[in-house]
Design a protein around this ligand. Structure first.
Ligand SMILES: [Mg+2]
Length: 228
């Protein structure tokens, strides 16, 4: 079970954008005129594209400097995450219900690991997921290969084989749906981000829900796959 974080479990959108802007300004010496699209994308891709939008070559060295500074900014502002963000309805209930099932819960997120950890800890959700077998926004620019990466990590730790029949991904964007289908997972999509149910259905998600409040529907979708 691979959870997306932003707009699936929690929402801290404004703070993330503020920190991106502050880091850009510190590093580049001017305010960014705009940020690259963030929804459903990896930190690596957002950073590189934001630099490109300002005519700056996103060398590996610069992307590293940017994301290191971004991680530090989240370290400093982590106490604001819970204050300014919110846990999404039903998220904790589903995490709790799945904790009683033979399911390994982790994350597949565009966040770099350090930031993912801060976000989950801020909302006291980190205890439900095994972050050591997750995949994160600095593991690659594109999302689909992250699925196999997370599966490989889970296989190494738990000694089981994970494939498209035994992996479910939950996310809020067409990028999540594509990642699951290209990477090897079935997808439950929730319309708690900027994409509506029609867009998520068009992307091909196996199950589309307005949010996570129907605990039973999500749990059944997950178990229906894992017990196949
Ligand atoms: Mg998301």
């Amino acid at each position: 079970m691979l959870w997306d974080i932003d707009h699936t479990l929690i929402s801290v959108n404004r703070l993330s954008r503020e920190l991106y802007r502050a880091v850009f300004e510190n590093l580049v010496g001017r305010s960014p005129t705009r940020l690259a699209p963030m929804a459903g994308r990896t930190e690596r891709a957002i950073t590189a594209d934001t630099l490109r939008l300002h005519g700056i070559d996103p060398t590996e060295e610069l992307v590293r400097a940017f994301t290191t500074a971004l991680g530090r900014a989240f370290d400093e502002h982590r106490h604001e995450l819970a204050e300014r963000g919110r846990e999404l309805p039903g998220a904790r209930s589903v995490l709790t219900a799945l904790a009683d099932e033979p399911v390994i819960q982790s994350v597949l997120t565009g966040n770099m690991e350090q930031i993912a950890r801060h976000k989950l800890v801020a909302f006291d959700l980190d205890g439900y997921v095994d972050l050591s077998v997750g995949a994160f926004g600095m593991d690659g620019a594109e999302r689909p290969p992250l699925v196999r990466l997370a599966q490989t990590r889970a296989e190494a730790k738990y000694g089981e084989r994970f494939d498209a029949r035994s992996t479910v991904l939950i996310g809020d964007t067409p990028h999540d749906v594509l990642a699951g289908h290209e990477g090897g997972a079935r997808v439950v999509a929730v319309a708690t981000g900027t994409s509506d149910e029609a867009a998520l259905r068009a992307a091909g998600a196996e199950l589309v829900l307005p949010d996570l409040t129907d605990t039973e529907a999500v749990v059944q979708a997950v178990l229906g796959v894992t017990r196949r």
